[in-house]
Design a protein around this ligand. Structure first.
Ligand code: DGJ
Length: 740
């Protein structure tokens, strides 16, 4: 049975039903020709009589549709529930798309002009996106809408991919100028839809540097509630994701609808509650700072939004995103491989290292079973602090006289693979590159160039700039034995102008810059398919689905304090699978918060993601070294669960003193459970921790951690006792295996 069903209740007015595993998305063409939203939620059987539900009822002061002289009685433009709303033609809510026509006027009215159903999922040119590996995995509906204005020639094609056996829909839009005059797109969001009521909570993931993705949740109220980034990056501060939750929804029950933008630049999204208490949700590229010139014959493709639905609460919603993103967003051979346990030298040495020092750390790491050594910032140009050399991607012979390849060989001699740090999109004013090409950074003539961390942003809207950086980076990667790259990005964009674009195209720089970033990434993964790339942006500032398409893992945060990490990792896990989340054990007192926690707790928190270390291992005492070795062994024994397991969040660190989560294998024969106490209280006992997702009839033994044997029903109904948690920052981890 096909995933897309098209019914024709009346000529030229098709109804579309997209069937997910346990959900339906439906929309259809209203008698006026406008494409209207019908349903997104639980399963709904295709039925032509549902066409009448596209009607909206009129409202006072709402412009009406007339057919000839007759008033269309039930239709107000401002009250219909749209799929891709427009401006200046009677809908006063937030539009998804707008155009400045050649005559300077604005507005569109988009009328149904045809549709197609395609097997699989077409790629989005130049953009990262989810994908289908076989045509049977997905079906794509494309609906053409044309601007009603005489001689306009503007065609909008909405794309909806429904994946078999999932409850996700990937939506995007393509706008084509088929007219004879140039037009300017002034907004082009990826997706919008009007939900029938406003009784939802809006959940968002705002943050700051070292405090990424804290969960916020509040009931929708009348008017607009937007999230957004104008920073040129998805950013620490806003995150290109939000969810609309039934008010009573929690981790395990209640309807949850997610909106996740596969894009790393500016974003704008959220919900607007209208005069009839319906909720418009939309998401896409931020219209501020965006314009796109479309000459006759040209098209603009938006990035995609991944919509996910679950009737099983936030846990169910996360499950949808986790499975899709780890199976059909991340790409390349590392998608399906267990990732190496790494040691990164950043917090161990910062800029102050020698080849001998690095080899000494690698030697200790090798003895612990660590598999990859990452040389972070400071190996190139003349970089002894953060004031210089970005853009000069050749080794600093003063610091590393024998070169990078020699460091790589020394590391390999210790039995580890070698990885290297780059920050490709940046340029230091104190660099050879800047002295040679002062106009290669984003800048506005006559305006001071604002620095961030003493650096400027390269103009990646220019292919020759991308090419020059790629040439330097690829040379190093070809010459040294490098199996891993950490791709960093440490400031946001200011003075966003390009020396290479004409005045009418300056509004395109933000987006063209991101297209340049993706072009760089695409070239890198094509030439070096075996390279494991970890994304980073001052920690988790660009931890978004766009980058994850190329970088299978992302450094979650520069905050490596185990207790602060709990909330950051919890929020991150709402959308992103644990196998994408870089998490390291660092030194105590912690460098960001000066807090001291045990090696065990730092390790158990880092074991929630792609495990590694970021401290000078040569300075650890015997006891910590033994514990570190045990952590490495645990990481190896359980990393298959990180890749395939289902995550259950058991206790939210923000709403109490306890954080707890578990991963269960798809066969339910193995699980790891972690509980971390933040601050102890006198005369306080935690209720037992109720596990989820196990086989109630199976018997499980703890093979590492507090000893015990329980049946699944006991673990889920009575829970694991937490009496041993009685001191600040204590933690427990159980590795459970089913026994015969
Ligand atoms: C910011 C990153 O998040 C850190 O891990 C480290 O790589 C520094 N940059 C290096 O400058």
């Amino acid at each position: 049975m096909s995933l897309v069903t098209v019914l024709s209740p009346a000529p030229g007015q098709p109804l579309f039903f997209l069937r997910g595993a346990a959900s339906t998305y439906a929309c259809g063409v209203h008698p006026s020709g406008l494409l209207c939203h019908l349903h997104w939620g639980g399963p709904l059987a295709p039925d032509a009589s549902l066409a009448e539900r596209l009607e909206s009822g009129a409202a006072a002061f709402s412009p009406e549709r007339r057919r000839g002289a007759a008033l269309w009685p039930k239709t107000g433009y401002d009250t219909l529930r749209y799929e891709y709303p427009t401006a200046n033609t009677g809908d006063f809510r937030e539009p998804a798309v707008d155009v400045r026509h050649a005559d300077g006027t604005h507005g569109l009215r988009l009328i149904y002009a045809g549709h197609r159903v395609l097997p699989g999922k077409p790629a989005l040119p130049g953009l990262p996106a989810t994908y289908a590996e076989a045509p049977a995995e997905a079906e794509t509906l494309e609906v053409d809408l044309r601007d009603e204005r005489e001689n306009s020639g503007i065609l909008v094609t909405l794309s909806y991919t429904v994946f078999a056996d999932r409850d996700v829909i990937a939506r995007s839009a393509r706008i084509t100028n088929r007219g004879s005059a140039p037009i300017t797109l002034t907004r082009a969001l990826s997706a919008a839809l009007d939900l029938p009521h406003h009784r939802h909570d809006l959940l968002t993931l705002p943050g700051a540097w070292a405090r990424e993705r804290w969960v916020e949740r509040a009931a929708l109220r009348s008017g607009a509630q937007w999230i957004g980034s104008r920073r040129g990056a998805s950013s620490h501060q806003s995150h290109p994701f939000f969810a609309l939750l039934a008010p009573q929804a929690d981790e395990t029950q209640g309807e949850a609808r997610g909106f996740s933008l596969v894009y790393s630049g500016n974003h704008h999204g959220g919900a607007e509650v209208d005069q009839l208490f319906r909720a418009r949700a939309l998401l896409g590229i931020h219209p501020d700072g965006f314009e796109w010139h479309l000459a006759p014959g040209e098209s603009f493709q938006t990035p995609e939004v991944v919509l996910a639905f679950s009737a099983a609460g936030l846990g169910g919603l996360s499950g949808q995103y986790h499975r899709l993103y780890r199976e059909r967003l991340v790409r390349g051979p590392w998608r399906d491989r267990e990732r190496p346990i790494l040691i990164n030298n950043w917090e161990a040495t910062y800029f102050d290292f020698t080849a001998e020092k690095l080899a000494a750390i690698a030697r200790t790491a090798g003895a612990l079973g660590i598999e990859l050594f990452v040389l972070d910032d400071g190996w190139f140009g003349k970089r002894n602090d953060d004031t210089t050399s970005l853009g000069d991607w050749f080794v600093d012979r003063k610091k590393l006289p024998e070169g990078v390849a020699d460091v790589g060989r020394r590391i390999e001699a210790e039995g580890l693979r070698f990885g290297l740090w780059f920050e490709p999109e940046m340029i230091s004013p104190d660099s050879e590159l800047y002295r040679a090409h002062p106009d290669w950074c984003l800048h506005v003539p006559g305006r001071a160039r604002t620095e961030g961390r003493h650096q400027l942003v390269l103009d990646f809207s220019r292919p020759e700039v991308v090419d020059a950086i790629y040439t330097q980076v690829a040379k190093i990667l070809r010459e040294a034995p490098i199996g891993y790259v950490k791709w960093d990005m440490n400031r946001h964009l200011t003075e966003v102008g390009s020396a290479a674009l004409p005045p009418e195209r300056q509004g395109e720089v933000f987006h063209r810059h991101i297209l340049g970033v993706y072009a760089f990434a695409e070239r890198l993964v094509r030439e070096f398919p075996e390279l494991l790339i970890e994304g980073c942006s001052g920690g988790g500032g660009r931890y978004d689905p766009g980058m994850l398409h190329y970088t299978p893992q992302f450094w979650c945060s520069d905050n490596t304090d185990a207790i602060a990490r709990l909330r950051i990792q919890h929020g991150t896990s709402l959308v992103y699978p644990p196998c994408t989340m870089g998490a390291h054990v660092s030194a105590v007192p912690n460098h960001q918060l000066h807090r001291s926690t045990s090696m065990g707790t730092r390790g158990r928190v880092a074991l929630a993601g792609q495990f590694g270390f970021e401290l000078d291992l040569t300075k650890l005492d015997e006891a910590d070294l033994a514990e570190a070795k045990d952590l490495v062994e645990q990481a190896k024994r359980t990393r298959h669960l990180l890749r395939h397991g289902d995550l259950h969040r058991l206790a939210d660190p923000a709403s109490g003193n306890l954080a707890a989560w578990m991963l269960v294998s798809p066969e339910r024969d193995e699980a790891v459970v972690t509980a971390v106490l933040a601050l102890a209280e006198p005369n306080w006992r935690f209720a037992p921790l109720h596990l989820r997702g196990l086989d109630p009839t199976a018997r499980y033994r703890c093979v590492h951690g507090p000893e015990g044997e329980w049946t699944g029903d006991v673990l889920m109904e009575l829970g694991l006792p937490l009496d041993a948690l009685s001191q600040d920052f204590q933690s427990l981890r159980w590795h459970l295996r089913r026994i015969a």
